[in-house]
Design a protein around this ligand. Sequence first.
Ligand code: ATP
Length: 247
Amino acid sequence: MMTSENIIEVKNLKKAYADNVVLEDISFTVKKSEKVVLIGPSGGGKSTLLRCLNKLEGDYSGNVIFEGEDLNGASTDKIRTLRQKMGMVFQQFNLFPNKTVLENITFAPIKLKVATSDEAKEHAYMLLEQVGLSEKANAYPQSLSGGQQQRVAIARALAMNPEVMLFDEPTSALDPEVVGDVLSVMEKLAADGMTMIIVTHEMSFAQNVADKVLFMDKGKIADSGNPKYIFEESENMRTKSFLSKVM
Ligand SMILES: Nc1ncnc2c1ncn2[C@@H]1O[C@H](COP(=O)(O)OP(=O)(O)OP(=O)(O)O)[C@@H](O)[C@H]1O
């Protein structure tokens, strides 16, 4: 096994809320630069799995090994350090409403002392250019469209120079006409070699970007493979039935 190449290894992950088993025996690996896309019916456990990866969700059994270190059982300090290497983008942007776009992006690097104020600003302007929002540096989140806010949220996550980016349905809350802007920022990031784990209902995006697709149903990885296999070849009844409903 080429474990050294794996940036994330998930082994026999199980998670329950009281009696409700939400994740059952989940195992998979993510290599550096790989794009792993999680698809599947609502309630199947995709978001929960993503939150377990950076320990936003504690209390699971099994292992999440990130760059060789097991998050399960790691100290709070260690988890904080590891979490800094994982950028997360949520469905609901979660920008700081009382900070400008620039302040949203520079806040964490300055507070966590990974950059001086000048370095953080310089980096932020670079990132704003990357997401196509240079002219919005001094705007406040509420003056931006949902798609613009989500692109700021992506820039904010990138400001910490993460090793991995986790996306939890980043376009689900957006008006259809701005979804493409966010997806194209993500496609560029993918082409630049970022390691990405993405929960999405955007099937053509999944098909274009994924190296590996995990089809999650009822808390399990019910099917997995490259996009050609999942979208064209799989004979798995659950995969086929799900895809026939969403495509
Ligand atoms: N904080 C929580 N407390 C109790 N149950 C939860 C909690 N979060 C999620 N669940 C349950 O876990 C299951 C999986 O939810 P999850 O949000 O991970 O699914 P999903 O595949 O991401 O669905 P969707 O596509 O609708 O977001 C659901 O049955 C949900 O009700």
